[in-house]
Ligand binder design. Sequence first.
Ligand code: GLV
Ligand code: MN
Ligand code: MN
Ligand code: MN
Length: 401
Amino acid sequence: MWRDLAPVGRSATSGGYFRQPWTAAESELRAWFAEQCAARGLTVQTDGIGNQVAWWRPDGEPAAPGVLTGSHLDSVLDGGAYDGPLGVVSALAAVDELRERGFTPSRPIGVGTFVEEEGSRFGLACLGSRLVTGATSWETARELRDRDGVFLADAVTDAGLEPDTGLLGLDDVGCFVELHVEQGRDLVDREAAVGVASRIWPHGRFRFDFAGEANHAGTTRMEDRRDPMLTFAATTLAADEGARLTHERATFGRVRVEPNGTNAVPSRVTAWLDARAASEEALQSLVDDVSRRAGDRAGHDGTTVTVTAESVSGSVAFDPELASRLSALGRSPDGGTDGWPVIPTQAGHDAGILSAAGVPTAMLFVRNPTGVSHSPAERAETADCLAGVTALADVLADLAR
Ligand code: GLV
Ligand code: MN
Ligand code: MN
Ligand code: MN
């Protein structure tokens, strides 16, 4: 399975992945998922925006809410191989493992994928799960535009989907378990191949619009400039300083400069702050602090700055009973039952959106030896991935018995 996925959307130069939603690469992955389900005798339902689910239903049993597992197939720009696809491949592999064990579920087990988890095309992370849970409405989502000005509604229909046919329902979903590569180094420190998520830090995306005055790079005296790039540069330093002081996270990873010419002082800089903190109050105070310092610096530079919150995700505490039930299933390589460590994460996930919508939800993490993610350097050892599949199979067997 893994080998089928390796070339899809891969950059020949960086080795990273460009699997933006509703592009050819992502459509190929959707088709691949449907084929994998069909090969297991499972019928995939694809909703109007490209979320997918296939249910393994117990024979002759009355319908009952099932256990859904899966993740996403899209990537950030120049992303790693594991963020998302590991959870999807592991879901299919766990079904195979359960069948090899001769397990027959007494509740349905679903494998699924959510579309545009990374928000790498339309800016809103976890868009598929947000639409399914109603956290975002289709009326709002359809008007979002990508960097080329394409409306989301057009991107979806151009990909051959029909948004009017509706979205996946959550009525069949009794609980959701997402397996994911770990995106930090907590499991390395704990020497564990697998871990369980306790919570997700609150996080958000904030757009900073810096405006100044375009002018000649040669003839404009330094003291006569109103350069928004300077205000932006000082703001990134302020964000870094603020986040370091409080052990939070602040990143300016996306910038647009106008007119973007070497020999002109820019007229505008638009930059997006990704901010994350341990509590909602701490997140707010981090963003307020960066905004205040940006404003002070703008006064000094003769520029202006406005800050807009584009999306904010609140703190998510995963179902504690489910987390301790999962953790207790942990097996050490010698067969002992040490339990898996329970750790928080600073990354957003569809599991967080489902949890916030009231679905009992849990996450399993697979150790990442470098801790690097959202980069082509993301890694997971094969042995740890296999341990993850066994862990997920154990969890599904426990929840669907
Ligand atoms: C998604 O992966 C995020 O946390 O940005
Ligand atoms: Mn990601
Ligand atoms: Mn992910
Ligand atoms: Mn994510």
